[in-house]
Design a protein around this ligand. Structure first.
Ligand code: DQA
Length: 146
């Protein structure tokens, strides 16, 4: 049984992208810490990143049909604030999704204040940097990994 860690657009640039906002850890570091946290709970973590909206939708569908995914940690990046398709996908797959943001979008520009995903998310972690991913994995493992 496993947790899907799904990162969206521009998160492949983590570590070099606006480090004053997003920190110096890389996506590989995030993936490592998610795998480590999942393992601590006797689970695996599958880590995916895509810059494409439809790729995020596909990854959610695949997680559902795989049958062994207990939940999804999702940082949809800017698609958080724009994507009805992603909202519909989260509803359709009926897997628990924890929405994660490295930064706190509510403390930033107004266009980041709306999330299409929060209403259908199991939980939201924002502003905790890479620790947010660890907590999201822990939450899913505790609630659904047993
Ligand atoms: C982000 C916040 C979004 O507003 C932004 O578009 C991102 C990253 C975060 O992790 O803080 O790409 O999701």
């Amino acid at each position: 049984r496993r947790i899907l860690v799904l990162n969206g657009p521009n998160l492949n640039l983590l570590g070099t992208r606006e480090p004053e906002i997003y920190g110096s850890a890389t996506l590989a570091d995030v993936d490592d810490l998610c795998r480590e946290e999942a393992r601590r709970h006797g689970l695996e973590a599958t880590c995916r990143q895509t810059n494409h909206e439809g790729g995020l939708v596909d990854a959610l569908h695949e997680a559902r049909s795989a049958g062994d995914v207990v939940g999804v940690v999702l940082n949809a990046g800017a698609y958080t604030h724009t994507s009805v398709a992603l909202l519909d996908a989260v509803k359709a797959v009926r897997l628990p999704v924890v929405e994660v943001h490295l930064s706190n979008p509510h403390a930033r520009e107004p266009f980041r204040h709306r999330s299409y995903l929060s209403p259908v998310a199991e939980a939201v972690v924002a502003g905790a940097g890479v620790d947010g991913y660890r907590w999201a994995v822990e939450l899913l493992a505790t609630r659904y990994g047993g």
